[in-house]
Ligand binder design. Structure first.
Ligand code: ADP
Ligand code: MG
Length: 337
């Protein structure tokens, strides 16, 4: 799932308009989209014809752990689901004060539905507080309108561009010059139809397909889909690299048999660098009528320290003279593959 947050600490710069219309354009193109409203003002719901008092299951329930996100999801139209918010969400920051890892509540809360969607679009409140941090922690990409953020993978979208004014054109030029790699080629022009569409509770795609704003948001959607192809290529390259590395590793791995003599009724385990010192059980076999315990472990070349755990007691390998300090006053056995 590609996760995009719409962020800007200012209000009125087109976050909600972009969240709603980008989500609706992506859904129209056949992508499965989940829209999340993280703004207690609940504007995203309003822009899609859902009033705050019609929202019983909100994102607040998910963030506060009262409800799994799968239950808070509302199906809006084909390919488009949403979790809305209302004023109750404004209590979140206070309720969470002092709670550890409170920035990760959204990321945690969305885990159960992560596989169900191709796009997650998060509309943020006009402030950089706990809610926006939650959005950033749950996202891979932040889409910032008009102004740049710091230290995260961000893309800048110029909104409300009035091509007739010098000022607007200059702002767009300056942004592109300053952040050449981070600016969308697409810009969203000022278009009163957007305001009307929001007031009518409809995305622009439904309200007016002949408007300039519809073309702009279609353009933005296409630009985002083009990045999708690039991102896929990148993750494919990464996957083949990891697979190749695994293959090479597998080809040089050797099976090493670890063997120790111990009573039949003992509990015998082995732990070492090769299994992060998590004890693994050995199987009981017999050699010349004596009980021996063994386990075969595949190891790639390298130096490994290990120890046996016999009836809960750590013991070095009696059949291996190579030892190293375990820094607890004892010795680990050492094997060189
Ligand atoms: N490109 C645009 N042209 C004209 N009006 C717009 C445009 N983008 C947004 N608006 C209007 O501006 C107001 C604020 O936009 P909104 O998306 O709610 O901003 P934010 O979520 O950043 O506070 C809304 O009434 C919206 O309909
Ligand atoms: Mg908004």
């Amino acid at each position: 799932m590609r996760k995009i947050a719409l962020v800007n600490q200012k209000g009125g710069c087109g976050k909600t308009t972009t969240a709603v219309n980008l989500a609706s354009c992506l859904a129209g193109k056949g992508r499965k989209v989940l829209l999340i409203d993280l703004d207690p003002q609940g504007h995203a719901g309003l822009a899609l014809g859902v009033k705050p008092d019609q929202i019983e299951e909100s994102i607040y329930e998910v963030l506060s752990g009262k409800m799994p996100s799968s239950e808070a999801v509302k199906a809006l139209r084909k390919n488009l689901d949403a979790i809305f918010s209302n004023v109750v969400l404004s209590a979140f920051e206070q309720v969470m004060a002092g709670v550890p890892e409170r920035e990760f509540r959204l990321a945690e809360g969305l885990r159960d539905i992560e596989e169900d969607y191709e796009y997650l679009i998060i509309d943020c409140p006009p402030s950089v507080g706990l809610l926006t941090f939650n959005a950033l922690m749950a996202c891979d990409e932040a889409l910032i309108e008009d102004k740049a953020g710091h230290g995260l993978t961000f893309k800048i979208l110029a909104t409300n561009i009035d091509r007739r004014t010098n000022f607007s054109n200059r702002v767009v030029e300056t942004l592109r010059a300053r952040f050449p790699k981070n600016c969308f080629k697409t810009g969203i022009n000022t278009c009163t139809r957007l305001r009307e569409a929001a007031a009518a509770g409809k995305p622009i795609a439904t309200y007016d397909k002949h408007s300039a704003a519809f073309l702009d948001y279609q353009q933005l959607m296409k630009e985002i889909l083009r990045q999708e192809a690039k991102m896929k290529a990148k993750s494919f390259a990464l996957k083949t690299f990891v697979e190749a590395k695994d293959k090479v590793k597998a080809s040089v791995e050797k099976e090493v048999a670890f063997i120790i003599e111990a009573p039949e009724n003992a509990s015998v385990q082995i732990a070492g660098d090769f299994n992060s010192w998590t004890p693994e059980s050995l199987h009981l076999t017999h050699s010349h009528g004596r009980p021996v315990w063994q386990k075969a472990i595949r190891l790639s070349p390298g130096l490994y320290q290990y120890k046996y755990l016999v009836d809960g007691r750590w013991v070095s390998d009696p059949g291996n003279k190579k030892r190293a300090d375990d820094f607890f006053g004892g010795k680990n056995s050492v094997i060189n593959i």
